[in-house]
Each structure stands twice: as structure tokens, then as C-alpha cells.
Design a protein around this ligand. Structure first.
Ligand code: AMP
Length: 486
């Protein structure tokens, strides 16, 4: 097994690694660092959590320890798709370069240009930036990229998703041809392949852990969610989430709730807060100081539930998350693996529970195909049994007057949701009618015994309950744990 001492990193870098408590290099570090130290281009196909950040920061620091930066001419450049990732890379530099005198600047949106200009003016060894912000600085004539000796592109596949590839190509054209390029991506989409063929020179290719690998320590489950009425879909889904959270009890120490849409991130977070949960949102439209505060709170254990979009949470390094909830099934199956990879890290146990509404079924099929196995289903207690305090939200249809009051109540205290957001899933159901969705002209029916019309692996769900109306007492049902284990 490779040891850090075999890697020819500078002694001051070795010392910082020891102080960080790392004993052995991760596979990507063992393979990428020697090539990077030789000055070769590296193409790293690795997801977050593999130690990939250190695989480029450690050799960079070793190289940059010699020489000095000139004013406005950074000696190295790291491009990251989001502000959080850029900030995380900057933290890595702080940790590993603590015994080396290196200057760095972080160019991300939401921070004043003036402060950033001052740093660049003095000259920086490492410039860490999101592509748009870097080009803004360049176009303002404040930055010269002609002295860049090492350029890193991190999370290139996410750059592609976010439409940054033209910016990346432009930046490649602004840095010297003789630079060294370290390029990282979790997947090799054709567009990424094209970029690497164009801009990397005989790279040393390192690939670790297949994309579809979900840690064996993560217990996964899916709740097939069917609203009792289309106009209640949004609020019932939020209630389903609360029930899923509640049933985890003390085992849930902290959790990330992922939503596909930014509007849902806000709505779900406000709704959880309204119901007394310790939750806060993170997505790209929030200002930087708020995002940083929220993340620090979550990392530090003061915040229990982080509600996040994929982009904001991508690559975030939060060491121990006990639970991941997918409020929606992600549109890209790979994102599912990324999302649930936030839990069950470093051999710890974790649980990932996904809510799948009828319009998400195709996405769920894609996820299961990628995983190569079905995800066990779980169910909630029958909604008819919901405690009185949530009566307004219970599945049983109420006269219209109460229904509209219920909606306004949902909105009222914290301005939780604009009505338009509440009806969003209804539109989806319209666009993509599921086999069991009510026909357009059909009146909404009271919810039947739980999941009674759902297909799927659990035949029990097809039964109607005789002698109890539509109500199936919970003690008849298997417990959540039993289902997970089955
Ligand atoms: P990354 O994939 O770069 O986001 O890194 C994931 C986590 O692994 C970070 O918390 C790092 O601090 C940690 N890490 C990186 N390299 C090592 C190592 N060799 N040993 C133990 N932990 C590491």
C-alpha cells in the first residue's frame, strides 16, 4: 500500500497532512499525485468523497512552494462550478498549505469586486474561482492569466450541467499553452471527453469507484407517494416528509433534504420550520453570507436539517450525515448516487429515503437501473389516522371551505408557499398521467386504504380492508424497520 511518504510531496506539505490526521493516501491520491508532481496533465474520473481535492491541492502546493507571484498574474488557477465548492477548495489550501507561505484569492459571486481586486493586485499564487466571476474580472482588465502554470478544472460534469463549458473553453484559451492541466469529473459525458481531448496533453488517466456505486452502508428506501387529491399534492407531500423524519426518531442526528426545484427548497424549508423542525435552505439564489452561515451551522451541528438543491449541495463535505431525504427523485440517476453519498460516509451507517410521486416513476426506474437493483419500498401510516392537530391536512377530503382555509393556513404563518407553487405537482400529474391518476373528469375520491391502488412488489398493498372502511390500523402493517430489512 502506498504511504504519503512515498509520494515525494514537500516536507511542509507532509507535515500538514500528518496534522490533518490522514494515514494513507486514498486511491485517487496515490495515482494522481505522482503524475501531477512529474508535471503531467491528469484526468481524474472521481466523485466527491474520494479525496480528489487533496489529489490536486497537495502537488500544487509542493510546486508553488518555489517561486513568487507577480502582481495581477496568478500562478495557478482552480475552477469550480459553485461558490461552495470553490470555498471548500480554498479551505483545503488553508489546511494543507499552513506551513508554506502561499497567497490565494477566492473569486466567487456575492463577494465585492473591490476586495478581490486588492488581493489580485498584490499577486496571488492560487486563484480559486467560479468561471463566470473569473471572466468578469478578466474583462474588467484586472487580471492577467499569462503566468498560470497549473490549471485545475474541478467537477467538470457539473460545469457541463450548469452551462459553463463555453466559459471553460474561453478560459483555456486565455492561459498559456505550456501550463499543466489537472482535470476532474465524476462522469465522462461526450462533451467532457471532447474538452479533455482538446485541452489536455497526453493526460495520466485515473479512474476510481464506478459512478453507480452506492455505499453498502446506506440503507435505502422509497415511499411511493400518492396524494389523496391533486390540489393537496404539495402539502400532503410535505406532510409525508415530516412523517418520514419523525419515524426516524433519535437515529436522525442530522439530515439533508434534497429537492429538484429551488422553489421547493424554500417552501419545504419554511414548512419544516413552521412545524417546529430545525431546518434551513441552501440554494444558488441565496446570498453568499447566508449560504456560508447555513453551511457552517450544519457542519457545526447547530442546524439539524439542511434543505438543498443538487447544485448547492454538490461536493459539499459534511462528514457525518445520518439521513438523506429525497423530496423528489432526481432527474439524473447519477444525482441520486451523489445525493445519498452524503450519508454512510467512511463506513458509517446512513439512511436514504426517497419520496416518489407518480410523475417521478420514470426517474425512479432510471435510478434502479443504474443501481442494478430495486430499492425497498416503505409506507406511511394511513392518513385517516393522522393526529387531530394536523386535521386540516389529513387525507380525507373536506368541504371546499375548509380546504381553502387549510391552504391559507399553510401559507400564513411563515409565508410558506405561494399558491402557485402548491399546485405545481398537479400540473405535472396532468402532463404525465400515471396509470392510477384520477381521470380528468373524475371527481377526487377519498384516499383508500394506504397505497391501495399501487402496483409494485408488495402485494399487501392491493388489499381492501373489510369491516374498517378505508382505514387500516397501523399495527396491522409491518414496521418501517421490518420493511427496510425485508
Ligand atoms: P473530497 O473528495 O476531496 O471532497 O474529500 C473528502 C474528504 O476526505 C474530505 O473531508 C477530506 O478531508 C478527506 N480526506 C482527503 N484525503 C484523505 C486521506 N488521505 N485520508 C483521510 N481523509 C482524507
Amino acid at each position: 500500500m502506498t504511504k504519503f511518504s512515498d509520494l515525494k510531496l514537500g516536507p511542509k506539505v507532509q507535515k500538514a497532512i500528518e496534522e490533518a490526521g490522514y494515514e494513507t493516501p486514498t486511491p485517487i491520491q496515490a495515482q494522481a499525485i505522482p503524475a501531477a508532481l512529474e508535471g503531467r496533465d491528469v484526468l481524474g474520473i472521481a466523485q466527491t468523497g474520494t479525496g480528489k481535492t487533496a489529489s490536486f491541492t497537495l502537488p500544487m502546493i509542493t510546486h508553488l512552494a518555489r517561486g513568487r507571484a507577480k502582481a495581477r498574474m496568478p500562478r495557478s488557477l482552480v475552477l469550480a462550478p459553485t461558490r461552495e465548492l470553490a470555498a471548500q477548495v480554498a479551505e483545503n489550501f488553508d489546511t494543507y498549505a499552513k506551513h508554506v507561505k502561499l497567497t490565494k484569492a477566492l473569486l466567487i459571486g456575492g463577494v465585492s469586486f473591490k476586495e478581490q481586486d486588492q488581493l489580485i493586485d498584490k499577486g496571488v499564487d492560487v486563484l480559486i474561482a467560479t468561471p463566470g466571476r473569473l471572466l468578469d474580472h478578466f474583462e474588467r482588465g484586472k487580471l492577467l492569466l499569462t503566468d498560470v502554470k497549473i490549471m485545475v478544472v474541478d467537477e467538470a460534469d457539473r460545469m457541463l450541467d450548469m452551462g459553463f463549458i463555453p466559459d471553460i473553453e474561453r478560459i483555456f484559451s486565455l492561459v498559456p499553452f505550456t501550463r499543466q492541466t489537472l482535470f476532474f469529473s465524476a462522469t465522462m459525458a461526450p462533451e467532457i471527453e471532447r474538452i479533455t481531448n482538446t485541452f489536455l496533453s497526453s493526460p495520466h488517466r485515473v479512474e476510481v469507484a464506478r459512478q453507480a456505486t452506492a455505499s453498502e452502508t446506506i440503507a435505502q428506501a422509497v415511499l411511493e407517494f400518492k396524494p389523496s387529491r391533486r390540489d393537496r399534492a404539495a402539502s400532503e407531500k410535505r406532510r409525508a416528509l415530516r412523517e418520514l423524519i419523525d419515524r426516524e426518531g433519535d437515529k436522525l442526528t442530522n439530515a439533508i433534504v434534497f429537492c429538484n426545484r429551488k422553489t421547493d427548497v424554500d417552501t419545504v424549508s419554511k414548512s419544516l420550520k413552521k412545524y417546529g423542525y430545525d431546518a434551513a435552505p441552501i440554494h444558488g439564489d441565496l446570498d453568499q453570507s447566508q449560504r456560508t452561515r447555513t453551511l457552517d451551522g450544519f457542519r457545526g451541528g447547530e442546524l439539524r436539517i439542511l434543505v438543498a438543491s443538487d447544485v448547492a449541495a454538490r461536493g459539499l463535505d459534511v462528514p457525518s450525515v445520518s439521513h438523506v431525504f429525497n423530496f423528489d427523485v432526481p432527474g439524473h440517476a447519477e444525482d441520486y448516487v451523489h445525493r445519498i453519498g452524503r450519508t454512510g460516509r467512511a463506513g458509517r451507517e446512513g439512511k436514504a429515503i426517497t419520496i416518489c410521486q407518480p410523475s417521478d416513476e420514470k426517474n425512479l426506474e432510471d435510478v434502479e437501473r443504474l443501481l442494478g437493483k430495486p430499492i425497498p419500498r416503505v409506507e406511511l401510516e394511513a392518513h385517516a389516522e393522522a393526529p387531530a392537530k394536523n386535521e386540516e391536512e389529513a387525507g380525507t377530503p373536506k368541504p371546499e371551505r375548509r380546504s381553502s382555509r387549510r391552504r391559507s393556513k399553510e401559507v400564513e404563518p411563515a409565508n410558506v408557499a405561494e399558491p402557485a407553487q402548491d399546485v405545481e405537482p398537479v400540473k405535472q400529474a396532468d402532463a404525465e398521467p400515471a396509470a392510477n391518476a384520477p381521470a380528468k373528469d373524475e371527481k377526487p375520491k377519498p384516499q383508500r386504504g394506504r397505497g391501495s391502488r399501487q402496483g409494485g412488489r408488495d402485494n399487501n398493498r392491493d388489499r381492501d380492508v373489510i369491516g374498517m372502511g378505508d382505514h387500516l390500523p397501523s399495527f396491522i402493517e409491518k414496521s418501517f424497520e421490518e420493511r427496510l430489512a425485508s
